[in-house]
Design a protein around this ligand. Structure first.
Ligand code: PLP
Length: 386
């Protein structure tokens, strides 16, 4: 009855089952995996957000494959602030970056074609690849006083079936930016091998110190698709608004735009109220981002203070984003460790293998958790190892 691409193992994993049981038990629970910003106690500009959704213009249907010009102009203004010349005609609105990935896989790949993805990275790509009949090939990020792209492995991973390289900038969960040198090197490598770049920049603005790294939208050596959206930039995942910015040499860029237009036109997935609201929703990002960064910095300082009082666990270097990686003694599998932390200490964390770490001994913690939960959760976590 069903397509083999949907033959997934749909059984819940042991950690999910144990978490549900723990919640039901009513025992103390410290969730250090929270990624939903709307449940983290941030103050949103509610009147502005609700007013943005009530434009009378939404009573009319104006189907446009790329999305309403007024909304795309607001996204272009976001890139102007970053000194990247992204014009409205080079933007496509989508309901999420996941949908944007899907469009791009359909644009670039025949069934069985390959896309390079970083490892470790966010566990979203496997399902998106399956759904679109794409084969993912991992290229490792290496850690040596900070994360780096491993260009020799990346180059070795290219085959005649490779169509694109994904770069997550900054990466989730490693929290590292691709440096400008890495961006240029990746762009040159992709241009030489006729590959597109898909740059996922949903966390671009969340630099924990200093300023954010430059956007890939300013790179035009290779055909480059930069993805972002308001689910992270404005902390509004429920609004479902994201985009693709295309950069590259004119011939390729125009060909990509024309084909993408047919894909987007076949779905017309953006709703009118959200498109009309997008300029006002984007305008709320500064207030959201400053609150979020206060939270991230406070939690990071708390983590560092607690880590300084012991020697067994440490944290990896981190530049931007909402997650941090802890290095812990690898005395048991990541799954068993996460289960023990939950049942013995009431702390929920993600084991590194959820994010494709190839070895045990890594845990991923959300830095957007409320300060109180974070402080007690980390205290309990570290107790496990002492
Ligand atoms: C790196 C990365 N890209 C994309 C997404 C999904 O974003 P969206 O809500 O726009 O689909 C996430 C969600 O956590 C993410 O971590």
């Amino acid at each position: 009855m069903f397509a083999s691409r949907t033959n997934w193992n749909l059984a819940e994993n042991r950690l999910t089952i144990a978490t549900a049981e723990h919640r039901r038990s009513g025992r103390p629970f410290f969730d250090l995996t929270i990624s939903n910003p709307t449940e983290c106690g941030f103050a949103y500009d509610e009147p502005a957000i609700l007013a943005a959704l009530s434009s009378p213009a939404s009573l009319h249907y104006q189907p446009t494959a790329q999305g309403l010009l007024s909304a795309r102009e607001a996204v272009a203004a976001y890139y102007r602030e970053k000194k990247a010349a992204v014009a409205a005609p080079d933007l496509f609105l989508t309901t999420s970056t996941s949908e944007a990935y899907s469009y791009l896989f359909r644009l670039l790949c025949n069934p069985g074609d390959e896309v390079l993805i970083p490892s470790p990275s966010y566990p979203l790509f496997d399902f998106l690849a399956d759904i679109n009949d794409v084969r993912l090939v991992r290229y490792p990020l290496v850690y040596d006083h900070g994360w780096q792209l491993d260009f020799s492995s990346l180059e070795r991973a290219i085959t005649p079936r490779t169509r694109a390289a994904i770069v997550v900038h900054p990466n989730n969960p490693t929290g590292h930016y691709a440096t400008l040198r890495e961006q240029t090197q990746l762009s040159t490598l992709c241009a030489q091998n006729n590959l597109a770049i898909i740059a996922d920049e949903v966390f671009l603005d969340f630099a924990v110190q200093g300023t954010a790294a430059p956007t890939f939208a300013a790179q035009n050596n290779a055909l480059t698709f930069t993805l972002s959206g308001i689910s992270k930039l404005c902390g509004l995942p429920q609004m479902k608004a994201a985009w693709i910015a295309i950069a590259g040499l004119d011939g390729l860029k125009n060909a990509a735009r024309a084909r993408l237009e047919v894909i987007a036109d076949s779905f017309l997935s953006m709703s009118a109220p959200i498109q009309h609201a997008l300029p006002a929703l984007l305008a709320t990002r500064a207030a959201f981002q400053s609150q979020l960064l206060v939270r991230v910095r406070a939690n990071l300082a708390q983590l560092d203070a607690q880590l300084a009082a012991q020697t067994l666990c440490s944290r990896l270097a981190f530049e931007a984003g909402w997650n941090v990686v802890l290095r812990v003694p690898a005395t048991q599998s990541g799954e068993l460790l996460a289960l023990a932390l939950l049942t013995d200490h009431g702390v929920l964390v993600h084991p590194g293998h959820f994010y494709d770490f190839s070895q045990d001994g890594y845990l991923v913690l959300s830095l957007i958790t409320t300060e109180r939960t974070f402080q007690e959760g980390v205290r309990r976590l570290l107790c496990h190892f002492t």
